[in-house]
Ligand binder design. Structure first.
Ligand code: AP5
Length: 215
Protein backbone atom coordinates (compact mmCIF):
# COMPACT_ATOMS: atom_id res chain seq x y z
CA UNK A 1 0.00 0.00 0.00
CA UNK A 2 1.29 3.51 -0.76
CA UNK A 3 1.75 6.10 1.97
CA UNK A 4 -1.21 7.93 3.43
CA UNK A 5 -1.49 11.67 3.18
CA UNK A 6 -0.58 13.71 6.24
CA UNK A 7 -4.03 14.43 7.52
CA UNK A 8 -5.48 16.87 10.04
CA UNK A 9 -8.98 16.26 11.43
CA UNK A 10 -10.94 19.36 12.37
CA UNK A 11 -14.32 19.72 13.98
CA UNK A 12 -16.03 20.89 17.14
CA UNK A 13 -15.73 18.93 20.38
CA UNK A 14 -17.72 15.73 20.01
CA UNK A 15 -17.76 15.81 16.20
CA UNK A 16 -16.28 12.31 16.21
CA UNK A 17 -12.64 13.21 15.54
CA UNK A 18 -11.23 10.66 17.99
CA UNK A 19 -13.56 7.92 16.77
CA UNK A 20 -12.74 8.53 13.12
CA UNK A 21 -9.03 9.14 13.71
CA UNK A 22 -8.72 5.70 15.31
CA UNK A 23 -10.49 4.05 12.37
CA UNK A 24 -8.41 5.89 9.75
CA UNK A 25 -5.20 5.03 11.62
CA UNK A 26 -6.16 1.34 11.71
CA UNK A 27 -7.23 1.28 8.09
CA UNK A 28 -4.06 2.88 6.74
CA UNK A 29 -1.65 1.57 9.43
CA UNK A 30 -0.48 5.05 10.39
CA UNK A 31 -0.26 6.64 13.85
CA UNK A 32 -3.06 8.67 15.34
CA UNK A 33 -1.68 11.64 17.19
CA UNK A 34 -4.28 12.96 19.63
CA UNK A 35 -3.22 15.99 21.64
CA UNK A 36 -6.19 15.45 23.98
CA UNK A 37 -5.01 11.89 24.73
CA UNK A 38 -1.42 13.06 25.28
CA UNK A 39 -2.69 15.64 27.80
CA UNK A 40 -5.08 13.23 29.54
CA UNK A 41 -2.23 10.71 29.94
CA UNK A 42 -0.09 13.43 31.49
CA UNK A 43 -2.94 14.31 33.88
CA UNK A 44 -3.29 10.64 34.85
CA UNK A 45 0.45 10.29 35.42
CA UNK A 46 0.54 13.52 37.48
CA UNK A 47 3.42 15.06 35.49
CA UNK A 48 4.14 18.81 35.46
CA UNK A 49 2.44 18.99 32.05
CA UNK A 50 -0.54 17.14 33.47
CA UNK A 51 -0.90 19.57 36.35
CA UNK A 52 -0.86 22.52 33.97
CA UNK A 53 -3.23 20.79 31.52
CA UNK A 54 -5.84 19.77 34.07
CA UNK A 55 -6.93 23.30 34.97
CA UNK A 56 -7.22 24.44 31.35
CA UNK A 57 -9.06 21.31 30.25
CA UNK A 58 -11.53 21.42 33.13
CA UNK A 59 -12.44 24.97 32.18
CA UNK A 60 -12.78 24.08 28.49
CA UNK A 61 -9.93 26.41 27.58
CA UNK A 62 -6.87 25.90 25.38
CA UNK A 63 -3.32 25.34 26.60
CA UNK A 64 -0.64 27.79 25.39
CA UNK A 65 0.26 27.44 21.70
CA UNK A 66 4.01 27.23 22.35
CA UNK A 67 3.59 24.32 24.78
CA UNK A 68 1.32 22.40 22.41
CA UNK A 69 3.72 22.91 19.50
CA UNK A 70 6.65 21.58 21.51
CA UNK A 71 4.69 18.42 22.32
CA UNK A 72 3.60 17.82 18.74
CA UNK A 73 6.97 18.60 17.21
CA UNK A 74 8.57 15.91 19.39
CA UNK A 75 5.87 13.40 18.42
CA UNK A 76 6.13 14.11 14.69
CA UNK A 77 9.88 13.41 14.79
CA UNK A 78 9.26 9.74 15.61
CA UNK A 79 9.90 7.40 12.68
CA UNK A 80 6.35 5.98 12.63
CA UNK A 81 5.13 9.30 11.17
CA UNK A 82 7.11 8.99 7.98
CA UNK A 83 4.40 7.12 6.02
CA UNK A 84 1.63 9.52 7.03
CA UNK A 85 -0.39 10.26 10.16
CA UNK A 86 -3.72 11.48 11.47
CA UNK A 87 -3.47 14.55 13.64
CA UNK A 88 -6.46 14.90 15.97
CA UNK A 89 -6.69 18.01 18.15
CA UNK A 90 -4.00 20.24 16.65
CA UNK A 91 -3.95 22.81 15.18
CA UNK A 92 -6.60 24.58 17.23
CA UNK A 93 -5.54 28.15 16.52
CA UNK A 94 -4.22 29.95 13.44
CA UNK A 95 -0.91 30.41 15.29
CA UNK A 96 -0.65 26.62 15.76
CA UNK A 97 -1.46 26.08 12.05
CA UNK A 98 1.32 28.44 11.01
CA UNK A 99 3.80 26.84 13.39
CA UNK A 100 2.81 23.37 12.19
CA UNK A 101 3.66 24.35 8.62
CA UNK A 102 7.21 25.05 9.72
CA UNK A 103 7.52 21.49 11.01
CA UNK A 104 5.69 19.44 8.38
CA UNK A 105 3.60 19.79 5.22
CA UNK A 106 -0.05 18.92 5.75
CA UNK A 107 -1.62 17.34 2.65
CA UNK A 108 -5.30 17.34 3.58
CA UNK A 109 -7.56 18.76 6.28
CA UNK A 110 -10.84 16.93 6.84
CA UNK A 111 -13.46 18.91 8.74
CA UNK A 112 -16.27 16.89 10.31
CA UNK A 113 -19.41 18.99 10.19
CA UNK A 114 -21.91 18.39 13.04
CA UNK A 115 -24.39 20.82 14.62
CA UNK A 116 -24.01 22.02 18.22
CA UNK A 117 -27.04 20.29 19.71
CA UNK A 118 -25.85 16.96 18.30
CA UNK A 119 -22.33 17.36 19.73
CA UNK A 120 -23.70 18.24 23.16
CA UNK A 121 -25.76 15.05 23.02
CA UNK A 122 -22.75 13.01 21.94
CA UNK A 123 -20.47 14.39 24.64
CA UNK A 124 -22.96 14.24 27.48
CA UNK A 125 -23.53 10.53 26.71
CA UNK A 126 -19.88 9.58 26.21
CA UNK A 127 -18.43 7.00 28.62
CA UNK A 128 -14.89 5.62 28.78
CA UNK A 129 -13.27 2.68 30.45
CA UNK A 130 -10.54 4.01 32.75
CA UNK A 131 -8.59 0.74 32.45
CA UNK A 132 -8.67 -0.45 28.81
CA UNK A 133 -9.78 2.93 27.37
CA UNK A 134 -12.66 1.46 25.34
CA UNK A 135 -15.15 4.17 24.36
CA UNK A 136 -18.97 3.98 24.64
CA UNK A 137 -22.03 6.16 24.33
CA UNK A 138 -25.11 5.61 26.49
CA UNK A 139 -27.40 5.99 23.48
CA UNK A 140 -25.35 5.36 20.31
CA UNK A 141 -22.91 2.70 21.50
CA UNK A 142 -24.15 1.35 24.83
CA UNK A 143 -22.24 -1.34 26.72
CA UNK A 144 -24.05 -4.67 27.18
CA UNK A 145 -24.47 -3.94 30.90
CA UNK A 146 -25.20 -0.31 31.77
CA UNK A 147 -22.07 1.65 32.82
CA UNK A 148 -19.80 -1.45 32.73
CA UNK A 149 -17.01 -2.07 30.20
CA UNK A 150 -17.78 -4.99 27.85
CA UNK A 151 -14.10 -5.84 27.52
CA UNK A 152 -12.82 -5.78 31.11
CA UNK A 153 -15.85 -5.38 33.43
CA UNK A 154 -14.65 -2.06 34.89
CA UNK A 155 -17.21 0.65 35.81
CA UNK A 156 -17.23 3.30 33.07
CA UNK A 157 -16.39 6.96 33.67
CA UNK A 158 -17.30 10.29 32.22
CA UNK A 159 -14.54 12.67 31.15
CA UNK A 160 -14.21 15.61 33.58
CA UNK A 161 -14.72 18.04 30.70
CA UNK A 162 -17.93 16.33 29.54
CA UNK A 163 -20.09 18.17 32.12
CA UNK A 164 -22.64 20.34 30.31
CA UNK A 165 -21.21 23.69 31.54
CA UNK A 166 -17.70 22.75 30.40
CA UNK A 167 -19.02 21.41 27.08
CA UNK A 168 -20.64 24.82 26.38
CA UNK A 169 -17.34 26.53 27.15
CA UNK A 170 -15.41 24.14 24.88
CA UNK A 171 -17.84 25.00 22.10
CA UNK A 172 -17.32 28.70 22.71
CA UNK A 173 -13.53 28.18 22.61
CA UNK A 174 -13.96 26.23 19.37
CA UNK A 175 -16.03 28.99 17.74
CA UNK A 176 -13.61 31.68 18.79
CA UNK A 177 -10.22 30.04 18.16
CA UNK A 178 -10.57 26.93 16.00
CA UNK A 179 -13.42 27.61 13.56
CA UNK A 180 -11.34 30.31 11.76
CA UNK A 181 -9.08 27.45 10.62
CA UNK A 182 -11.81 26.35 8.20
CA UNK A 183 -11.34 29.54 6.17
CA UNK A 184 -7.57 29.34 6.64
CA UNK A 185 -7.32 25.88 5.09
CA UNK A 186 -9.99 26.59 2.48
CA UNK A 187 -7.77 29.37 1.15
CA UNK A 188 -4.93 26.87 0.91
CA UNK A 189 -7.23 24.53 -1.08
CA UNK A 190 -6.59 21.54 1.17
CA UNK A 191 -9.88 21.61 3.12
CA UNK A 192 -12.50 18.89 2.63
CA UNK A 193 -15.72 19.18 4.64
CA UNK A 194 -17.69 16.01 5.27
CA UNK A 195 -21.09 15.53 6.84
CA UNK A 196 -20.57 14.11 10.35
CA UNK A 197 -24.18 13.08 10.89
CA UNK A 198 -25.28 9.48 10.68
CA UNK A 199 -23.67 6.27 11.87
CA UNK A 200 -19.96 6.06 12.69
CA UNK A 201 -19.39 3.69 9.72
CA UNK A 202 -21.21 6.01 7.31
CA UNK A 203 -19.04 8.93 8.38
CA UNK A 204 -15.96 6.74 7.98
CA UNK A 205 -17.00 5.80 4.44
CA UNK A 206 -17.35 9.49 3.59
CA UNK A 207 -13.84 10.14 4.85
CA UNK A 208 -12.14 7.26 3.04
CA UNK A 209 -13.95 8.17 -0.17
CA UNK A 210 -11.76 11.28 -0.17
CA UNK A 211 -8.50 10.40 -1.86
CA UNK A 212 -6.29 9.82 1.18
CA UNK A 213 -3.43 7.95 -0.47
CA UNK A 214 -0.26 9.62 -1.54
CA UNK A 215 0.82 9.08 -5.13
P1 AP5 B 1 -9.64 16.84 22.85
O1 AP5 B 1 -9.53 15.56 23.56
O2 AP5 B 1 -9.03 17.00 21.51
O3 AP5 B 1 -11.21 17.19 22.88
P2 AP5 B 1 -12.24 17.73 21.79
O4 AP5 B 1 -11.70 18.38 20.57
O5 AP5 B 1 -13.14 18.57 22.61
O6 AP5 B 1 -12.81 16.47 21.19
P3 AP5 B 1 -13.45 15.24 21.91
O7 AP5 B 1 -12.37 14.24 22.20
O8 AP5 B 1 -14.30 15.65 23.05
O9 AP5 B 1 -14.46 14.77 20.79
P4 AP5 B 1 -14.20 14.07 19.40
O10 AP5 B 1 -14.47 15.02 18.26
O11 AP5 B 1 -12.87 13.37 19.39
O12 AP5 B 1 -15.39 13.04 19.42
P5 AP5 B 1 -15.40 11.49 19.81
O13 AP5 B 1 -14.91 10.69 18.65
O14 AP5 B 1 -14.76 11.25 21.13
O15 AP5 B 1 -9.07 18.04 23.76
C1 AP5 B 1 -9.41 18.16 25.12
C2 AP5 B 1 -8.81 19.43 25.70
O16 AP5 B 1 -7.37 19.39 25.62
C3 AP5 B 1 -9.17 20.75 25.02
O17 AP5 B 1 -10.43 21.24 25.47
C4 AP5 B 1 -7.99 21.64 25.42
O18 AP5 B 1 -8.13 22.09 26.74
C5 AP5 B 1 -6.81 20.69 25.37
N1 AP5 B 1 -6.13 20.67 24.05
C6 AP5 B 1 -6.06 19.61 23.19
N2 AP5 B 1 -5.39 19.95 22.07
C7 AP5 B 1 -5.01 21.24 22.23
C8 AP5 B 1 -4.31 22.17 21.40
N3 AP5 B 1 -3.87 21.83 20.18
N4 AP5 B 1 -4.13 23.42 21.86
C9 AP5 B 1 -4.56 23.80 23.08
N5 AP5 B 1 -5.24 22.98 23.90
C10 AP5 B 1 -5.47 21.70 23.48
O19 AP5 B 1 -16.98 11.27 19.92
C11 AP5 B 1 -17.73 11.83 20.97
C12 AP5 B 1 -18.86 10.85 21.39
O20 AP5 B 1 -19.76 10.71 20.30
C13 AP5 B 1 -18.38 9.44 21.73
O21 AP5 B 1 -19.16 8.93 22.78
C14 AP5 B 1 -18.62 8.63 20.44
O22 AP5 B 1 -18.90 7.26 20.72
C15 AP5 B 1 -19.86 9.34 19.88
N6 AP5 B 1 -19.88 9.36 18.42
C16 AP5 B 1 -18.84 9.55 17.56
N7 AP5 B 1 -19.26 9.53 16.28
C17 AP5 B 1 -20.62 9.34 16.35
C18 AP5 B 1 -21.64 9.22 15.35
N8 AP5 B 1 -21.36 9.30 14.04
N9 AP5 B 1 -22.93 9.03 15.77
C19 AP5 B 1 -23.23 8.94 17.10
N10 AP5 B 1 -22.29 9.03 18.08
C20 AP5 B 1 -21.01 9.23 17.70
Amino acid sequence: MSDMKRLVLLGPPGAGKGTQAAMIADHFCVPRISTGDILRNAVREGTALGQQARAHMNRGELLPDSLMMEIVEERLKLPDCKNGFVLDGLPRTVIQAKELEKIVNIDIVVAIDVGEEEVVRRLAGRRLCPICEAGYHVEFKPPRQAEICDRCGTPLKQRDDDQEGVIRNRLKTYREWTAPLLEYYKRKSILRVIDGKGKVEEVFRRIVSLDLQKR
